[in-house]
Design a protein around this ligand. Sequence first.
Ligand code: MG
Length: 379
Amino acid sequence: MSNRRNFLKYSGLAAGSFILPVSVSGSETSTMIKKKTGKPASMKLRFRPYDLQLNHVFTIANSSRTTTPVMLTEIEYDGLIGYGEASMPPYLGESQKTAAEFLSKVDLSSFSDPFELEDIIAYIDSLAVGNHAAKASVDIALHDLVGKIVQQPWHKLWGLNRTKTPNTSFTIGIDTPEVVKEKVREADIYKILKVKLGRENDKEMIKTIRSVTDKPICVDVNQGWKDKQMALDMIQWLAAQGVVFIEQPMSKLAVDDIAWLTQNSPLPIIADEAVQTINDVAAASKIYSGINIKLMKCGGMRNAWKMANMAKALGMKVMIGCMTETSCAISAAAQLSPLADWADLDGNLLIGNDIYEGTKVVNGKITLSDLPGIGIRLK
Ligand code: MG
């Protein structure tokens, strides 16, 4: 089946049919190499759309939703399967359709084996601008595959201490005071809470949470505050309420205002929307205290690793974040988490139809599995 026909087939899936093609030849790309036995081994990429069902309606500064579209990928090589995932919340501009179109272009035939990560990922990046989540879905599957071939998880290959994983924050969505209190009680095992602010009722939201818990809170404004002096006043009030940092307080375009805020703020100011890829890190170091790295923004594990090391070299704080994702992409990000000052890896805990198991949260702390690669298996 041609790539184009394969794409059209997936376009048809948007209407609601949702069948896993066990083997879709057009979505497979093969690289033929000779193994020691003389038998050829090939890398086969497969992908299929999947819709994550959220346990609660998810509301941020500008939108609400109950599902998140993802694309699940697999790369099969020499009897092993590496798993990957693209998570595509609508406001970021990618979709199952654009991911299928992008993945249909992938042709790995010029690469001799999955270990050529640097070259393969540069090639994937060159296929089209943007498409960061689709690119991440290939990168994650390749990393999973390489880890499985050498029988080691990535935190070990990166030289990280698995006992140094941080606590993950758990997001409490914007809602009525009674529902917020209920959500905080449900979040009992988490040591740190994350709250989305940037609306009229910011102080009420914090006061409601403080009426039921004194746990540390991180605040994500998602660019919601419009005035720098109002933002600074709010941050000073939040610091007195036990808030530990502020994520993306104002528009990513308000560079001078945010730089001023960072200089004057008693709390670290973390870039999220303002930092997509490694190309944004150097500029962000002059404006923010730290960066929120997400695999779906930066194109996957390899770029995330580079960004984390670059940020640390520039004296910045590092946060590892996520979209709503299955345990696939969450476990991939968790491999990097011993490097992070903070982690916000609760995306798999917010959905009701995860098909993988891997990284767990034990007493609020990210706990890596013993499995190789990204550390997951199918449920
Ligand atoms: Mg954020």
